[in-house]
Design a protein around this ligand. Structure first.
Ligand SMILES: Cc1cc2nc3c(=O)[nH]c(=O)nc-3n(C[C@H](O)[C@H](O)[C@H](O)COP(=O)(O)OP(=O)(O)OC[C@H]3O[C@@H](n4cnc5c(N)ncnc54)[C@H](O)[C@@H]3O)c2cc1C
Length: 441
């Protein structure tokens, strides 16, 4: 069997690039190992850049219909005093400081989003979906897939590894990466929410962290930090232990979290941080979690996969359109995506450290930093722009001094980011289109 592009893995990243290619009329085949929808929790927060990408792909309306809009995230800092949890302060991270049409986020059920991408792609005759089909490695006749009734080899012009963290394609490419693990893990679960809980909420104490992100249909996705290695011990307790922990931090969850009656509903999430030192080798590329894994604190994993898929899809469409199928052009993808991902990995890693030993007891310092960051309009804009994926505005030494309280926050600085060079424009996202066909630089 032959195709133009074979994608190993039908997750969000693989389906995004597949849909882009199908829309260009390129013959594309996705091989997904699972028989049906996955029951594992995965990323569900769509950052503004992903919404912008879906808008340009013509599926924004369909995504909107299955999503809950998030305008801001309340960040609440608490301390424990004589067995009582007491609030010491609250700040607000608002997307609307970004001067852009998509200055909000969506919470979107992961499997439903995959379904939107898949159904849309299936409307194009050049799209093919093999399921279950597991990529096993490269052989002289191309990629070998294990299917329900045996093995097949598929020959393609290009191969894309989109299999997530444990990528077989990355292994076959012999790509190096250093993996960093954390001293904490997360319990994650979705359950009904009070109707008044409509925005994101992060509640932290010196010992833990509870993230609450509302989903459609009055549900809420939650993540609760536990020390690494504690999962087995915790699971031996009654489920009421978890109810109590949640209610202590967020009393309005009483009557909601208590609807969870079995530990089986709750999953363990182990954060991992790595960045492959190469995204491309010959006619093979990796994207999403296959290329990088990010701590979930900043809600970026799924967004990085979508943004990779957008850039790689756009590049391949351009290559086929201009008959430039020499694989050396693929390096454009790595040039655009790797430095941006590096910044996001750094932001997520630093946020994660704030909740790791030995920093976790600095509750008041963490609160002051957050307060300075959200009161200073420039810092607030930088923070939200950077996590949105719409642009990059690096922090400088003055910002650091303001963050730690050495300088006062800058108030009333009207910061119009519209049209300025901190946003990524076409020339940044797809530079090959501007620089022309005769250059790789
Ligand atoms: C357990 C878990 C929980 C997470 N929770 C969060 C969260 O709360 N918030 C957040 O922001 N991010 C979270 N993430 C990260 C986020 O979900 C990922 O960054 C995002 O899904 C990456 O998309 P992807 O398409 O690169 O990979 P994936 O979503 O992992 O998709 C890869 C696909 O490839 C398939 N596959 C794997 N191997 C093969 C093979 N050999 N052949 C064929 N198919 C194959 C898999 O079955 C899967 O469908 C989580 C990740 C994991 C693993």
């Amino acid at each position: 069997m032959k195709t133009n592009v074979l994608i190993h893995g039908g997750g969000i990243g693989g389906l995004t690039v597949a849909l882009k290619l199908a829309k260009c009329g390129i013959d594309v085949c996705v091989a997904e190992q699972l028989k049906g929808p996955s029951h594992s929790y995965k990323g569900e927060l769509l950052q503004p850049k992903s919404l912008d990408i879906f808008h340009r792909m013509g599926i924004f309306g369909r995504v909107q219909r299955i999503s809950h809009k998030i305008n801001h995230i309340d960040v609440i800092e608490m301390i424990t005093e004589q067995n009582d949890v007491k609030k010491i302060g609250q700040t607000k991270m608002s997307y609307d400081v970004i001067d852009y049409p998509f200055n909000y986020a969506f919470m979107t059920p992961h499997e439903e989003l995959k379904d939107v991408l898949l159904k849309e792609a299936q409307a194009y005759p050049s799209f093919h979906y093999l399921q279950p089909a597991r990529f096993q490695g490269f052989h002289k006749n191309g990629a070998r897939l294990k299917m329900a009734n045996g093995e097949i080899d598929i020959q393609a012009d290009f191969y894309i590894g989109a299999e997530g963290r444990k990528s077989k394609t990355r292994e076959e490419m012999n790509v190096n990466r250093k993996e960093h693990t954390y001293d904490h893990h997360f319990l994650t679960v979705t359950f009904p929410r009070p109707p008044s809980m409509t925005e994101g909420k992060i509640i932290s104490t010196p010992d833990t962290f509870l993230g609450l992100f509302p989903l459609p249909n009055n549900m809420v996705r939650t993540v609760y930090l536990i020390p690494s290695g504690e999962y087995k011990n915790i699971r031996q307790k009654e489920i009421s232990f978890l109810h109590q922990k949640y209610i202590e931090l967020c009393p309005e969850l009483d009557g909601y979290v208590t609807q969870l009656t079995d530990w089986k509903l709750i999953q363990l999430m182990i954060p991992v941080h790595f960045h492959a030192d190469q995204y491309v080798k010959d006619n093979i590329a990796i994207l999403g979690d296959a290329a990088h894994s990010v701590h979930p604190m900043a809600g970026e994993g799924m967004n990085l996969a979508i943004q990779d898929g957008d850039v790689l899809g756009e590049l391949l469409c351009w290559m086929y359109k201009h008959n430039l199928t020499d694989h050396s052009y693929l390096t454009w993808y790595e040039k655009v995506r790797k430095p941006r991902t590096k910044e996001i990995l750094k932001i997520s890693h630093l946020s994660a450290l704030a909740y790791s030993k030995p920093f976790k007891s600095f509750t008041t310092v963490r609160y002051r930093v957050m307060k300075q960051m959200t009161t200073d309009s420039k810092l607030h804009t930088k923070q939200m722009l950077n996590i949105s994926g719409l642009g990059l505005w690096k922090e400088n030494i003055v910002d650091r001094f303001i963050q730690i309280g050495l300088f006062p926050p800058r108030k009333n600085t009207k910061l119009a980011t519209k049209g300025n060079h901190y946003f990524f424009h076409t020339a940044d996202d797809y530079p090959w289109k501007i620089k022309g066909v005769n250059t790789h630089d």
